[in-house]
Design a protein around this ligand. Structure first.
Ligand code: DC
Length: 230
């Protein structure tokens, strides 16, 4: 069993790839973006983000000990749902409102420290697939397989738009494109653990690939990495 790190830009379909691969291999899937989204949702619920988007980081830092994030397998979908303090927040954390604030929350050092510690604990037994921004560079730099995913930003925005509409959320394509670009900027320019390609990562540009094509590509790479580790 190996550790698989899937990093890359927002809305590249990393989680779809990771979830499908985890199901196929019987590995555990850890959606690290969902963890940063859950902290963001907690901060929103508790009035720690004002109407201009400013974060009351001192209050959030004090509250970090009260934030419990876990994943539980949903028997209906066969996929893990995200729980915040025992409540399923899987839908609540996927809104555009959470997406608007999450990159700023994820840039806070104390938030990253807490999330990375949980991720290392969850993944220490191997047989795990994590997706995020810093998995192959910071969380598990020794992962046996590292993938770095990118795609054209308009294609990514369109995928996000389709997903939000399918969930019944009213949204505007240009707002989403702006959000995707803004998150790319913050995620790649922050001081701590910015999004960068690990030197030993394999790059996947999936702008013009179907989900099935990606899956086939990823499975082949995974089999090679598993054999190499034996
Ligand atoms: O993958 P996602 O879009 O759900 O991630 C939400 C945000 O969380 C993203 O804008 C950057 C941040 N993130 C991070 O900084 N580090 C990770 N390992 C995962 C996500």
């Amino acid at each position: 069993m190996i550790t698989i790190a899937i990093d890359g830009y927002s809305s590249c379909g990393k989680s779809t790839m990771a979830k499908n691969l985890a199901k196929e291999l019987g590995y555990i899937y850890i959606d690290t973006g969902a963890m940063y989204r859950s902290v963001t949702y907690y901060a929103m619920l508790n009035g720690m983000i004002d109407s201009d988007g400013n974060i009351h980081s001192e209050r959030l830092e004090q509250a970090m000990g009260d934030i419990d994030i876990s994943f539980r397998l949903n028997p209906e979908t066969g996929r893990p749902d995200t729980y915040l303090n025992g409540v399923c927040v899987e839908d609540k954390i996927r809104t555009l409102e959470v997406s608007r604030h999450v990159s700023k929350i994820a840039a806070l050092g104390f938030v990253r420290e807490a999330m990375v510690a949980i991720q290392r604990e969850m993944g220490k037994a191997k047989g795990v697939i994590l997706d995020g921004r810093d998995i192959g560079t910071v969380v598990f730099p020794d992962a046996e397989l590292k993938i770095f995913v990118k795609a054209d930003d308009r294609i990514r925005a369109q995928r996000r738009y389709d997903e939000l509409r399918a969930n019944g959320e009213q949204c505007d394509f240009d707002d989403i494109l702006r959000n995707v670009r803004e998150r790319d900027y913050i995620d790649t320019h922050r001081d701590i653990a910015p999004l960068i390609q690990a030197s030993d990562a394999v790059v996947l540009d999936n702008s013009n690939m179907s989900i099935a094509e990606q899956q086939e590509w990823l499975l082949k790479l995974t089999k090679e990495a598993v054999s190499a580790s034996e």
